[in-house]
Design a protein around this ligand. Structure first.
Ligand SMILES: *Cc1c(COP(=O)(O)O)cnc(C)c1O
Length: 229
């Protein structure tokens, strides 16, 4: 049951927060609904879940037509520049901005829509050649380049760490993302942002991510079950 799963996850979030001296109120759960039908989103929404994560623009567009307007979507997949318009229109946050070209396209469409958009910069923290994201040592340069794009509100960093054989092995990657965010913050990036967001942690490792400072966790399987292929 989706509602039971959501309760369980909320409990685990509270426990992990307490274990690390944090408040659960500062941790946002994004329910990753990719490959699940809009009816699954509706069930979770009725159980109180407000934020959902989608990876594919066309799928997101289809589902949004069927759903109440006040359901918020975070885009968490690889975003092609030619899909920036739809993403800018239909998401409350884009978590996967990793290049200037994409950011510029988003900014252009936001200008036309006369709106601002929250984004995260995706960092390839484990330097995994199969993963998107800016290399950690290029993150400052990218943030510098995004400065003039005033429609983008850069809230923090997101990462998908490399696959590890046990959740505990993922901990150093989470820690590295937090350290990177601290360094960037000390250099003056994120000025004026009251809370720097760190989106990290999925079904298998979100409690560890919370212990390492996650403010957004992206959980799919543990809420909706195994994804249909
Ligand atoms: C699919 C996905 C998730 C959720 O993964 P689960 O293991 O099902 O919790 C989280 N983040 C991203 C970027 C994803 O693509």
């Amino acid at each position: 049951m989706i509602s039971t799963n959501l309760l369980k996850i909320q409990e685990q979030i509270q426990l992990a927060a307490r274990n690390s001296g944090r408040s659960a109120a500062e941790i946002k759960l994004v329910a990753v609904s990719k490959k699940f039908p809009h009816t699954a989103i509706l069930s979770a929404y009725k159980a109180g879940q407000q934020f959902f994560g989608e990876n594919y623009i066309q799928e997101l567009q289809q589902k949004r037509k069927e759903l109440p307007e006040n359901i918020h979507f975070h885009f968490i997949g690889h975003l092609q520049t030619n899909k920036a318009k739809i993403a800018a229109e239909s998401c409350s946050m884009i978590e996967t901005v990793d290049r200037v070209k994409l950011a510029t396209a988003l900014h252009k469409h936001l200008e036309k829509l006369d709106k601002n958009l929250d984004i995260l910069v995706q960092v390839n923290i484990g330097q995994d050649s199969n993963k998107s994201g800016v290399a950690p040592d290029r993150a400052a340069e990218l943030l510098e380049d995004l400065q003039p794009l005033s429609r983008l509100r850069i809230k923090g960093l997101m990462t998908i760490p490399p696959y590890e054989s046990s959740p505990e092995k993922t901990r150093p990657h989470f820690k590295n993302l937090r350290v990177l965010a601290d360094k960037l913050s000390a250099r003056g990036f994120f000025a004026g942002i009251e809370k720097i967001e760190l989106s990290m942690g999925m079904s298998g490792d979100f409690p560890i991510a919370i212990e390492e400072g996650a403010t957004i966790v992206r959980v799919g399987t543990a809420i909706f079950g195994n994804r249909p292929v």
